[in-house]
Ligand binder design. Structure first.
Ligand code: GAL
Length: 618
C-alpha cells in the first residue's frame, strides 16, 4: 500500500471578481485559516480574451503569483464552460438544442453543444494556450478541464451537429451489421435504407425505438469524453502536470468511468443540503429531519464513486459552506456539519477538500449563495470550523479506505432504465442507492466499482443489482471469485442491443431458470414474502425449484442461490433488503449509536448525522 499524502484544505477563488488590491490580503487570510489549495480561472474567459485574439493574461499571471507567493498551490481551470458572447457570434450554431428542437441561449453558462467540432477545437486551443503559458509555473499543481460536464442538463443535444456526428458514430459502431436487425426496425415499419436516414430520437409522435435512444445516449456520453480528450491533448502538448475534471452529484448522462480513464484526478462538488432538497428520492419526513445535516449516505456514495472514477486520486473541489441559492429551500447547515462533511470526505480518501467559495459576490446569479466571507468581507462563523479541521489535520495519519463490500455501478444501466423503466418508480440510481444505504446501515465500508472491474477477491460481498446487460467476462470473474454476489432485479435482462434476453438469469447461474413475468407495482402495492418481508416497485415471477433460498408468500421464488451466487427477484423494501444482506454477509457491524461508520487501514470514523450528541465507547 502506498503512503497517502496528508489531505489539504482549499478554496475556490475568482480574482477577476475583486479589485486587485484585495488579492494579497485574501491570500494571506487563506493561509492563516490553514488553506493550502486554491482553484481559479474556470469561468474567466471574457477577461482572458475580451475579443478574439486579444489575450489579457497579465492579470492572471499576477493573481497566480500573489496566491503562490503567499504559500498557496493553484489549480487552474480551463474556461470552456463559459464561452463569451463573441465566441457565440463567431459560431452562432454552437448552442445545444433541447428535446423540443429549441436552441438554448447565451446569458448563463454551459451554452454549448458537445458535437460542435469547431467550438470543441477552439476551446481546446484556449486550453493549450493556457498550458503553454503556465506549464512551468511553480505554483500550479494540477489542471481542471472545463467544469461540471452535464450540469444544467447539458449532455444531450438535438442539434444538426449532433445528428451528423451521431450518423458517423452509428456507421462506426455497426459497420456491416444491419441496424434494422439490431434495433428491430421491422416493428412499426421503422426500417432504414441507410444510416444517413437515421434522425435523432426526439419529437417523435410517441416513444422512439428504445434501441435507437440507447445508442443516442451512448453516443452523447462518448461526445463528452471526446470533448474532454481534445483539451487533455492540448494541455499535454505543453505540460505534464496532472489533469482533473470536476464532476457533480447524481449527474448520470455520461459515463464518468470512461472520461476518468484519460485523467489523473477526479474531483466533485459536494452540496449536502442542496442535494437533499434538489435531487433526492427521500420522503418529506426524512428531508425535514435531515434538512440541516444532509442525507447521511449521499455524500458518501459520491465520495466512493469518485474514488473509483479517479482510480484512487480524488478530492472535493467545492464543499458547501452555508446556504446555497439553487435548491427549492436553502437552509443553513447545523454548526459542526461543515467539519463533519470535511472529515467524512477525508475518511473516504479525499486528498483535498476545497470550499466554495472565498467571498460571496454581491452581484449576479450567485449573490444569495454563501461563502467563507460575506460580500462586505466579514468572515462567516464557518471559518472557525474550517480552521479547526486544518489544525486537526496536522496530526492525522492518512490511509487508504478499507472496504468490506463493493457495488458495481454502470452508467449504461442508468440510461437503459430511463429509456424503458416499465414503471414510474423504477430508477437505476435509486436501486443501487437503496442497496448502498442498506449496506451502510449495516456498518459496511463500501467500494464502488465500474463494470470493467475484474478482481473481486478482496471483498466479502459484491452487489450487482439492475445491470441491464452483463458481459460474459464479468459473469465469469464473479463466478470464479468465490465471493458472495447478489444480482437482481433486472440484472442481465437485456442484450447489448437492447432486446429481451429471456435466459439472462440462467446465464448467471449456468442453470435453467424460467422468467415467467415481470411487473411494476403501484406505491401501495406490495408483494409479501413467506418470512414477512416485502417487495415493492418491481416484482419478477420465476419458475425454478432447485435453487430457491427465499420464497414469496405464494410459494414462488423470491431469491435463488447457488454456492455464492444469489439472485433477488424483485426490489426489496428497505427493511427486507437489510435483513437479506445481513443473512448473506459474513459479518456486520451494527453499532446503533452513530449513523455511519467508515474504516481506513488506520482509523475508524464514526459520523454522527443525528441532531443529538452521541457518546462512543471503545
Ligand atoms: C457548482 C458550480 C459552481 C457554483 C456552485 C454553486 O455546481 O460548479 O460554479 O455554481 O455550484 O453551488
Amino acid at each position: 500500500m502506498t503512503a497517502n499524502p496528508r489531505p489539504q484544505l482549499g478554496v475556490c477563488y475568482y480574482p477577476e471578481h475583486w479589485p486587485e488590491a484585495m488579492w494579497a490580503e485574501d491570500a494571506r487570510e487563506m493561509v492563516e485559516m490553514g488553506l493550502q489549495l486554491v482553484r481559479i480561472g474556470e469561468f474567466a474567459w471574457s477577461r482572458l480574451e475580451p475579443r478574439e485574439g486579444q489575450f489579457e493574461f497579465e492579470w492572471l499571471d499576477r493573481a497566480i503569483k500573489t496566491l503562490g507567493s503567499a504559500g498557496l498551490k493553484v489549480v487552474l481551470g480551463t474556461p470552456s464552460a463559459t464561452p463569451p458572447k463573441w465566441v457565440l457570434d463567431k459560431f452562432p450554431d454552437m448552442l445545444a438544442v433541447d428535446a423540443h428542437g429549441r436552441p438554448r441561449k447565451f446569458g448563463s453558462r454551459r451554452h454549448y453543444c458537445f458535437s460542435h467540432a469547431e467550438y470543441r477545437d477552439f476551446a481546446a486551443q484556449m486550453a493549450g494556450r493556457l498550458a503553454e503559458r503556465y506549464a512551468d509555473n511553480p505554483h500550479i499543481v494540477f489542471w481542471q478541464t472545463d467544469n461540471e460536464y452535464g450540469c444544467h442538463d447539458t449532455v444531450i443535444s438535438y442539434s444538426d451537429h449532433a445528428r451528423a456526428e451521431f450518423r458517423t458514430w452509428l456507421k462506426e459502431k455497426y459497420g456491416n451489421r444491419s441496424i434494422n436487425e439490431a434495433w428491430g426496425n421491422v416493428f412499426w415499419s421503422m426500417d432504414y435504407t441507410e444510416i444517413d436516414d437515421v434522425d435523432l430520437p426526439n419529437m417523435t409522435v410517441t416513444e422512439p425505438n428504445p434501441a435507437h435512444v440507447m445508442d443516442f445516449r451512448q453516443f452523447s456520453s462518448d461526445q463528452v469524453a471526446r470533448w474532454d480528450l481534445a483539451q487533455i491533448r492540448a494541455i499535454r502538448e505543453h505540460c505534464s502536470k496532472p489533469i482533473s475534471h470536476n464532476y457533480m452529484g447524481r449527474v448520470l448522462e455520461f459515463d464518468h468511468f470512461k472520461l476518468g480513464e484519460n485523467l489523473e484526478i477526479a474531483t466533485w462538488d459536494s452540496y449536502p443540503l442542496g442535494f437533499l432538497e434538489d435531487r433526492s428520492d427521500r420522503s418529506e419526513a426524512f428531508k425535514a429531519q435531515y434538512c440541516r445535516m444532509g442525507d447521511p449516505d449521499f455524500q458518501a456514495f459520491h465520495h466512493d464513486l469518485y474514488r473509483a472514477v479517479g482510480r484512487g486520486r480524488w478530492g472535493v473541489m467545492e464543499q458547501q459552506p452555508g446556504p446555497v441559492n439553487w435548491a427549492p429551500y436553502n437552509p443553513a447547515p447545523k454548526p459542526g456539519m461543515v467539519r463533519l462533511w470535511t472529515w467524512e470526505a477525508i475518511a473516504h480518501g479525499a486528498e483535498f477538500v476545497c470550499y466554495f467559495r472565498w467571498r460571496q459576490p454581491p452581484f449576479a446569479q450567485e449573490q444569495m449563495h454563501t461563502a467563507l466571507k460575506r460580500p462586505d468581507n466579514t468572515p462567516y462563523p464557518v471559518c472557525g470550523e474550517i480552521q479547526r479541521v486544518a489544525d486537526e489535520l496536522k496530526t492525522y495519519e492518512p490511509a487508504a479506505v478499507k472496504a468490506d463490500i463493493a457495488i458495481i455501478f454502470d452508467y449504461k444501466s442508468q440510461w437503459a432504465w430511463e429509456v424503458q423503466p416499465q414503471g414510474a418508480d423504477f430508477d437505476y440510481f435509486k436501486l443501487v442507492y437503496a442497496y448502498y444505504c442498506a449496506a451502510r446501515e449495516l456498518g459496511q465500508t463500501i467500494d464502488i466499482l465500474s463494470p470493467e472491474h475484474s478482481d473481486f477477491r478482496e471483498y466479502d460481498l459484491i452487489l450487482a443489482p439492475g445491470l441491464f446487460n452483463i458481459s460474459k467476462k464479468l459473469i465469469t470473474s464473479l463466478q470464479e471469485s468465490n465471493t458472495p454476489v447478489i444480482y437482481g432485479p433486472r440484472t442481465n435482462s437485456k442484450t447489448k442491443d437492447f432486446q429481451i434476453q429471456q435466459d439472462g438469469i440462467a446465464r448467471l447461474f449456468n442453470e435453467k431458470v424460467n422468467l415467467n413475468l415481470v411487473e411494476s407495482l403501484r406505491p401501495a402495492e406490495l408483494v409479501d414474502l413467506e418470512d414477512g418481508g416485502k417487495i415493492h416497485i418491481w416484482n419478477e415471477c420465476l419458475d425454478q425449484s432447485s435453487l430457491v433460498s427465499l420464497k414469496k408468500a405464494d410459494g414462488t421464488p423470491a431469491m435463488l442461490s447457488k454456492d455464492n451466487l444469489h439472485y433477488i427477484a424483485g426490489w426489496l423494501d428497505p427493511e427486507t433488503m437489510k435483513s437479506t444482506l445481513r443473512d448473506i454477509m459474513t459479518s456486520t457491524d451494527e453499532h446503533g449509536e452513530c449513523d455511519r461508520v467508515i474504516r481506513t487501514h488506520k482509523s475508524v470514523f464514526n459520523l454522527n448525522y443525528k441532531t443529538q450528541t452521541v457518546e462512543i465507547i471503545g
